[in-house]
Design a protein around this ligand. Structure first.
Ligand code: OAD
Length: 246
Protein backbone atom coordinates (compact mmCIF):
# COMPACT_ATOMS: atom_id res chain seq x y z
CA UNK A 1 0.00 0.00 0.00
CA UNK A 2 1.34 3.44 -0.87
CA UNK A 3 0.58 6.69 0.91
CA UNK A 4 0.85 10.18 -0.53
CA UNK A 5 3.78 12.34 0.55
CA UNK A 6 1.23 14.96 1.59
CA UNK A 7 -0.42 12.53 4.03
CA UNK A 8 2.87 11.40 5.55
CA UNK A 9 3.98 15.01 5.98
CA UNK A 10 0.63 15.86 7.55
CA UNK A 11 1.16 13.15 10.16
CA UNK A 12 4.74 14.28 10.75
CA UNK A 13 3.64 17.90 11.38
CA UNK A 14 0.56 17.17 13.48
CA UNK A 15 0.20 18.49 17.00
CA UNK A 16 -3.16 16.97 17.88
CA UNK A 17 -4.73 13.84 16.47
CA UNK A 18 -8.24 12.53 17.13
CA UNK A 19 -9.20 9.04 16.00
CA UNK A 20 -12.79 7.81 15.82
CA UNK A 21 -13.33 4.08 15.53
CA UNK A 22 -16.39 1.97 14.75
CA UNK A 23 -17.26 -1.69 14.41
CA UNK A 24 -14.99 -2.11 11.36
CA UNK A 25 -11.89 -1.87 13.53
CA UNK A 26 -12.98 -5.03 15.37
CA UNK A 27 -14.17 -6.89 12.27
CA UNK A 28 -10.80 -8.60 11.84
CA UNK A 29 -11.08 -9.82 15.45
CA UNK A 30 -14.22 -11.70 14.44
CA UNK A 31 -16.69 -9.25 16.00
CA UNK A 32 -19.42 -8.69 13.40
CA UNK A 33 -20.19 -5.15 12.28
CA UNK A 34 -23.74 -3.85 12.48
CA UNK A 35 -24.71 -2.92 8.94
CA UNK A 36 -23.19 -5.47 6.61
CA UNK A 37 -24.39 -8.86 5.40
CA UNK A 38 -24.67 -10.84 8.58
CA UNK A 39 -25.27 -14.29 9.89
CA UNK A 40 -26.85 -15.51 13.13
CA UNK A 41 -28.56 -12.89 15.25
CA UNK A 42 -27.64 -10.12 12.87
CA UNK A 43 -29.47 -11.79 10.00
CA UNK A 44 -32.67 -11.94 12.08
CA UNK A 45 -32.70 -8.54 13.74
CA UNK A 46 -31.52 -5.05 12.95
CA UNK A 47 -29.69 -3.32 15.85
CA UNK A 48 -32.48 -0.76 15.89
CA UNK A 49 -34.94 -3.57 16.73
CA UNK A 50 -33.04 -4.96 19.72
CA UNK A 51 -30.85 -2.17 21.02
CA UNK A 52 -33.61 0.05 22.38
CA UNK A 53 -35.30 0.51 25.77
CA UNK A 54 -38.61 -0.15 24.03
CA UNK A 55 -37.38 -3.55 22.80
CA UNK A 56 -36.08 -4.34 26.29
CA UNK A 57 -39.42 -3.46 27.89
CA UNK A 58 -41.24 -5.56 25.30
CA UNK A 59 -38.96 -8.60 25.43
CA UNK A 60 -36.21 -8.34 28.07
CA UNK A 61 -35.30 -12.04 27.74
CA UNK A 62 -34.58 -11.70 24.03
CA UNK A 63 -32.50 -8.53 24.42
CA UNK A 64 -30.58 -9.95 27.40
CA UNK A 65 -29.87 -13.17 25.44
CA UNK A 66 -28.60 -11.14 22.46
CA UNK A 67 -26.15 -9.34 24.72
CA UNK A 68 -25.04 -12.57 26.50
CA UNK A 69 -24.22 -13.98 23.06
CA UNK A 70 -22.34 -10.81 22.05
CA UNK A 71 -20.51 -10.59 25.41
CA UNK A 72 -19.26 -14.15 25.01
CA UNK A 73 -18.20 -13.47 21.44
CA UNK A 74 -16.27 -10.38 22.52
CA UNK A 75 -14.67 -12.19 25.48
CA UNK A 76 -13.26 -14.79 23.08
CA UNK A 77 -12.06 -12.19 20.55
CA UNK A 78 -8.50 -10.86 20.56
CA UNK A 79 -7.34 -7.35 19.62
CA UNK A 80 -6.07 -7.26 16.04
CA UNK A 81 -3.33 -5.44 14.13
CA UNK A 82 -5.50 -2.31 13.85
CA UNK A 83 -6.03 -2.04 17.63
CA UNK A 84 -2.30 -2.58 18.17
CA UNK A 85 -1.37 0.03 15.56
CA UNK A 86 -3.54 2.59 17.35
CA UNK A 87 -1.66 1.85 20.60
CA UNK A 88 1.58 2.58 18.76
CA UNK A 89 0.16 5.69 17.13
CA UNK A 90 -0.75 7.00 20.59
CA UNK A 91 2.93 6.70 21.52
CA UNK A 92 4.18 8.27 18.29
CA UNK A 93 2.03 11.36 17.75
CA UNK A 94 1.40 14.22 20.16
CA UNK A 95 -1.99 15.11 21.59
CA UNK A 96 -3.55 11.79 20.68
CA UNK A 97 -7.19 11.06 21.55
CA UNK A 98 -9.01 7.82 20.79
CA UNK A 99 -12.80 7.99 20.56
CA UNK A 100 -14.72 4.77 19.99
CA UNK A 101 -18.29 3.75 19.30
CA UNK A 102 -17.35 0.16 20.10
CA UNK A 103 -18.51 -1.47 23.30
CA UNK A 104 -16.12 -4.43 23.07
CA UNK A 105 -13.19 -3.03 25.12
CA UNK A 106 -10.67 -4.33 22.55
CA UNK A 107 -8.81 -1.00 22.37
CA UNK A 108 -8.15 -1.16 26.12
CA UNK A 109 -7.18 -4.83 25.92
CA UNK A 110 -4.68 -3.95 23.17
CA UNK A 111 -3.13 -1.34 25.49
CA UNK A 112 -4.75 1.98 24.57
CA UNK A 113 -4.82 3.94 27.78
CA UNK A 114 -7.23 6.81 27.36
CA UNK A 115 -10.29 5.69 25.38
CA UNK A 116 -13.43 7.79 25.14
CA UNK A 117 -16.25 5.25 25.00
CA UNK A 118 -19.27 6.91 23.43
CA UNK A 119 -21.59 3.91 23.55
CA UNK A 120 -20.61 2.30 26.88
CA UNK A 121 -19.08 -1.12 27.44
CA UNK A 122 -20.73 -4.50 27.01
CA UNK A 123 -18.77 -5.97 29.93
CA UNK A 124 -20.57 -3.68 32.40
CA UNK A 125 -24.11 -4.18 33.68
CA UNK A 126 -26.50 -1.63 35.12
CA UNK A 127 -29.96 -1.46 36.62
CA UNK A 128 -32.60 -0.59 34.04
CA UNK A 129 -34.69 1.36 36.58
CA UNK A 130 -31.98 3.07 38.63
CA UNK A 131 -29.37 3.57 35.88
CA UNK A 132 -26.49 2.66 38.23
CA UNK A 133 -23.67 0.21 37.46
CA UNK A 134 -24.12 -3.12 39.27
CA UNK A 135 -21.01 -5.24 39.83
CA UNK A 136 -22.50 -8.34 41.50
CA UNK A 137 -25.86 -10.05 41.68
CA UNK A 138 -27.25 -13.42 42.64
CA UNK A 139 -27.76 -15.90 39.82
CA UNK A 140 -31.29 -17.00 40.67
CA UNK A 141 -32.13 -18.23 37.20
CA UNK A 142 -34.02 -15.02 36.37
CA UNK A 143 -33.43 -13.82 32.81
CA UNK A 144 -32.45 -11.01 32.85
CA UNK A 145 -31.04 -11.18 36.37
CA UNK A 146 -32.53 -8.91 39.03
CA UNK A 147 -30.93 -5.83 40.57
CA UNK A 148 -29.75 -6.65 44.13
CA UNK A 149 -30.69 -3.11 45.22
CA UNK A 150 -34.21 -2.66 43.91
CA UNK A 151 -35.28 -5.96 42.33
CA UNK A 152 -35.56 -4.32 38.90
CA UNK A 153 -34.17 -5.80 35.69
CA UNK A 154 -30.46 -5.68 34.87
CA UNK A 155 -29.29 -4.62 31.42
CA UNK A 156 -25.95 -4.02 29.68
CA UNK A 157 -24.30 -0.64 30.30
CA UNK A 158 -24.37 0.35 26.65
CA UNK A 159 -26.10 3.21 24.89
CA UNK A 160 -29.23 2.16 23.03
CA UNK A 161 -31.12 3.93 20.29
CA UNK A 162 -33.55 6.46 21.84
CA UNK A 163 -30.98 7.06 24.66
CA UNK A 164 -28.49 9.86 25.27
CA UNK A 165 -24.76 9.31 25.11
CA UNK A 166 -22.75 9.82 28.33
CA UNK A 167 -22.55 13.61 28.52
CA UNK A 168 -18.89 13.80 29.67
CA UNK A 169 -17.65 11.44 26.96
CA UNK A 170 -19.61 13.25 24.26
CA UNK A 171 -18.41 16.68 25.38
CA UNK A 172 -14.79 15.48 25.41
CA UNK A 173 -15.19 13.90 21.98
CA UNK A 174 -16.54 17.13 20.46
CA UNK A 175 -13.85 19.19 22.17
CA UNK A 176 -11.04 16.97 20.86
CA UNK A 177 -12.57 16.91 17.37
CA UNK A 178 -12.70 20.70 17.31
CA UNK A 179 -9.15 21.08 18.66
CA UNK A 180 -7.34 18.48 16.54
CA UNK A 181 -5.46 19.26 13.34
CA UNK A 182 -5.76 15.68 12.07
CA UNK A 183 -8.89 13.54 12.42
CA UNK A 184 -8.79 9.86 11.47
CA UNK A 185 -12.06 7.99 11.03
CA UNK A 186 -11.61 4.20 11.05
CA UNK A 187 -14.16 1.48 10.32
CA UNK A 188 -17.38 3.36 10.88
CA UNK A 189 -20.34 3.74 8.54
CA UNK A 190 -20.63 7.33 9.81
CA UNK A 191 -24.41 7.19 9.95
CA UNK A 192 -25.27 6.88 13.64
CA UNK A 193 -25.62 10.26 15.32
CA UNK A 194 -24.21 12.03 17.22
CA UNK A 195 -20.88 10.17 16.72
CA UNK A 196 -21.22 10.54 12.94
CA UNK A 197 -21.09 14.31 13.37
CA UNK A 198 -17.56 14.28 14.83
CA UNK A 199 -15.52 14.09 11.57
CA UNK A 200 -17.70 16.79 10.02
CA UNK A 201 -17.20 18.92 13.11
CA UNK A 202 -13.43 18.47 12.73
CA UNK A 203 -13.67 19.37 9.02
CA UNK A 204 -15.60 22.52 9.82
CA UNK A 205 -12.88 23.55 12.28
CA UNK A 206 -10.19 23.14 9.62
CA UNK A 207 -8.76 19.73 10.48
CA UNK A 208 -7.39 17.38 7.84
CA UNK A 209 -9.68 14.36 7.76
CA UNK A 210 -8.55 10.86 6.84
CA UNK A 211 -10.94 7.95 6.36
CA UNK A 212 -9.86 4.30 6.60
CA UNK A 213 -12.61 2.00 5.38
CA UNK A 214 -12.92 -0.60 2.60
CA UNK A 215 -16.37 0.81 1.78
CA UNK A 216 -17.81 4.23 1.02
CA UNK A 217 -19.61 6.29 3.67
CA UNK A 218 -21.19 9.76 3.82
CA UNK A 219 -17.73 11.03 4.82
CA UNK A 220 -15.85 9.59 1.84
CA UNK A 221 -16.52 12.50 -0.53
CA UNK A 222 -15.58 15.08 2.09
CA UNK A 223 -12.44 13.44 3.55
CA UNK A 224 -9.07 14.85 2.44
CA UNK A 225 -7.51 11.39 2.28
CA UNK A 226 -9.39 8.13 1.75
CA UNK A 227 -7.47 4.94 2.49
CA UNK A 228 -9.74 2.23 1.12
CA UNK A 229 -8.81 -1.00 2.84
CA UNK A 230 -9.07 -3.07 5.98
CA UNK A 231 -7.94 -1.26 9.14
CA UNK A 232 -5.70 -4.20 10.06
CA UNK A 233 -3.75 -3.70 6.80
CA UNK A 234 -3.87 0.08 6.41
CA UNK A 235 -2.94 1.21 9.94
CA UNK A 236 0.19 -0.98 10.34
CA UNK A 237 1.29 -0.02 6.80
CA UNK A 238 0.84 3.66 7.65
CA UNK A 239 2.90 3.28 10.81
CA UNK A 240 5.72 1.74 8.82
CA UNK A 241 6.08 4.87 6.68
CA UNK A 242 5.62 7.47 9.42
CA UNK A 243 8.75 9.01 10.87
CA UNK A 244 9.86 7.38 14.14
CA UNK A 245 9.85 9.47 17.30
CA UNK A 246 13.46 10.19 18.25
P1 OAD B 1 -21.36 -0.24 11.09
O1 OAD B 1 -21.67 -1.71 11.06
O2 OAD B 1 -22.47 0.70 10.81
O3 OAD B 1 -20.21 0.07 10.04
C1 OAD B 1 -19.04 -0.69 9.99
C2 OAD B 1 -18.11 -0.03 9.00
O4 OAD B 1 -16.87 -0.72 9.05
C3 OAD B 1 -18.58 -0.08 7.55
O5 OAD B 1 -18.48 1.22 6.99
C4 OAD B 1 -17.62 -1.04 6.87
O6 OAD B 1 -17.35 -0.69 5.52
C5 OAD B 1 -16.38 -0.89 7.74
N1 OAD B 1 -15.49 -2.05 7.78
C6 OAD B 1 -15.80 -3.37 7.64
N2 OAD B 1 -14.70 -4.12 7.77
C7 OAD B 1 -13.67 -3.27 8.00
C8 OAD B 1 -12.27 -3.43 8.23
N3 OAD B 1 -11.69 -4.64 8.25
N4 OAD B 1 -11.52 -2.32 8.43
C9 OAD B 1 -12.09 -1.09 8.39
N5 OAD B 1 -13.40 -0.87 8.20
C10 OAD B 1 -14.17 -1.94 8.00
O7 OAD B 1 -20.67 0.06 12.50
P2 OAD B 1 -20.52 1.46 13.26
O8 OAD B 1 -20.26 2.56 12.31
O9 OAD B 1 -19.58 1.24 14.38
O10 OAD B 1 -24.50 1.67 18.15
O11 OAD B 1 -21.98 1.62 13.85
C11 OAD B 1 -22.22 2.71 14.68
C12 OAD B 1 -23.16 2.33 15.79
O12 OAD B 1 -24.34 1.75 15.25
C13 OAD B 1 -22.63 1.26 16.72
O13 OAD B 1 -21.82 1.77 17.74
C14 OAD B 1 -23.89 0.69 17.29
C15 OAD B 1 -24.66 0.57 15.99
O14 OAD B 1 -25.99 0.41 16.09
C16 OAD B 1 -25.15 1.27 19.23
O15 OAD B 1 -25.23 0.10 19.56
C17 OAD B 1 -25.77 2.40 19.97
Amino acid sequence: MTFSRELIERFARTQRVAVLTGAGVSAESGVPTFREAQTGWWAQFRPEELATPTAFRRNPKLVWAWYVWRRELVAKAEPNAAHRALVELEQRVPGFTLITQNVDGLHQRAGSRDVIELHGNIARTKCFDEDVVIERWDETGDVPPRCPRCGGLLRPDVVWFEESLPADALARAFKCSAACDLFVCVGTSTVVQPAAELPFHALAQGATVVEINPGATPLTRRAHHVLAGAAGDVLPALLRVLPKVP
